[in-house]
Design a protein around this ligand. Structure first.
Ligand SMILES: NC(=O)C1=CN([C@@H]2O[C@H](COP(=O)(O)OP(=O)(O)OC[C@H]3O[C@@H](n4cnc5c(N)ncnc54)[C@H](O)[C@@H]3O)[C@@H](O)[C@H]2O)C=CC1
Ligand SMILES: O=CC(=O)O
Length: 335
């Protein structure tokens, strides 16, 4: 009997054995295309016909671009499942996927990302509060702490951490920052139970902006959250606020942020994500009060291994049971 095809978009970095074990139930194929135009042609040529499920990585964007209406129109009709290896699925138009006939059901990888992304946020919070970047740059230029040395930094103890988006990563971060003596408040679309929030206080969006010493962005990027932090929101923040973003660059308006940094209203920033990755706003690069990390949130052996196995689990379930283990919330009722 012919096996269903599974399309790999991107690379399996670690869990190669788990991936190869899928060949018991599927024919594993990869596209020849190296850019979007070629990928669209390959789809149209019929070479990918018979593909039932796809596994995609964040980096495969370089080949396919957005999973949008244009792509949905050329993908083989046999393709019913797309397992995304990542928590954030903003590269996929999940609404268009739901409306396609037949729907393309999408899963993501929540939970496996929580520790390492929250760890990255911890690093950025402490680094930005203490403003370590300035002296780290001076040291590499042979100037020790710099001349003059940087202003004194700030300790986290006793400060208020405001988490915008209290999901898996936000809750994990809250627990970690308890150890640093921070008090956490949060804003979400809905308040969480006391147990889920770990005792963090639910506040309105404005109260979070107005009362936090440090603001951590941990919400998904979608049409409702694009530039959720822009000029008006930055003005509501305390003078000297520290902002950390490990969510997606575009939840924060980078032009507005650069202006708020230049005026001194925002003291320092720690960023893992950017509006137009891999480009970084020149106003951020030139500012020593900005601690920059190139989207390294889940860049660890252990987490990549967990994420890949989780995502492969979605592919296996799609083929064996016709269902994804962790459909994105928008698709949960479709299967
Ligand atoms: N830097 C990195 O490498 C990584 C970045 N991420 C990003 O972090 C985001 C969050 O990840 P998780 O915590 O796993 O997601 P999650 O789905 O567990 O949590 C997101 C939370 O944000 C809340 N939310 C949604 N819209 C909101 C709004 N308008 N205002 C306030 N809260 C809102 C949701 O209710 C939910 O509680 C992902 O969507 C992804 O973009 C995730 C993993 C790694
Ligand atoms: O950015 C990484 C993700 O898992 O989302």
């Amino acid at each position: 009997m012919t096996k269903p095809k599974v399309l790999l978009l991107g690379e399996i970095a670690i869990a190669k054995d788990t991936w190869n074990s899928l060949s018991d139930i599927a024919e594993l194929i990869e596209p020849k295309a190296s850019n979007r135009a070629e990928f669209i042609e390959e789809c149209k040529s019929g070479e990918l016909d018979g593909v039932v499920a796809g596994y995609r990585t964040f980096g495969s964007f370089a080949v396919t671009g957005m999973f949008d209406q244009e792509l949905l129109e050329v993908l083989p009709k046999s393709m019913k499942f797309l397992a995304h290896n990542g928590a954030g699925y903003d590269q996929i138009d999940v609404h268009a996927c739901a409306e396609r006939d037949p729907p393309l059901l999408v899963s993501n990888v929540p939970t496996a990302v929580d520790d390492s992304t929250a760890d990255t946020a911890v690093f950025l919070i402490i680094g930005a509060l203490r403003n370590f970047n300035t002296s780290m740059l001076a040291l590499r230029e042979g100037k020790w702490r710099g001349n003059p040395p940087p202003p004194l930094g700030h300790d986290p103890q006793g400060k208020v951490l405001g988490i915008l988006g209290m999901g898996g990563i936000g809750r994990n971060l809250k627990a970690k920052m308890d150890v640093f003596g921070m008090t956490t408040i949060y804003h979400n679309r809905k308040p969480l139970s006391e147990e889920m929030s770990g005792g963090a206080k639910y506040v309105s969006f404005d109260e979070l902006l107005e009362t936090s010493d440090v603001i951590s962005l941990n919400l998904p990027l979608n049409k409702n959250t694009r530039h959720i932090i822009s000029t008006k929101e930055l003005q509501k923040m305390k003078k000297g606020v520290v902002i950390v973003n490990t969510a997606r660059g575009a939840v924060l308006d980078e032009d507005a942020l650069v202006k708020a940094l230049d005026s001194g209203h925002v003291l320092s920033v720690g960023l893992d994500v950017y509006e137009e990755e891999p480009k970084v706003h020149p106003g951020l690069v030139r500012n020593p009060n900005v601690l920059l990390v190139p989207h390294m949130g889940t860049w660890s052996v252990e987490t990549q291994d967990k994420m890949e196995k989780f995502c492969i689990g979605n592919v296996r379930s799609a083929i064996e049971k016709g269902k994804l283990n962790s459909p994105v919330p928008e698709h949960a009722s479709l299967q």
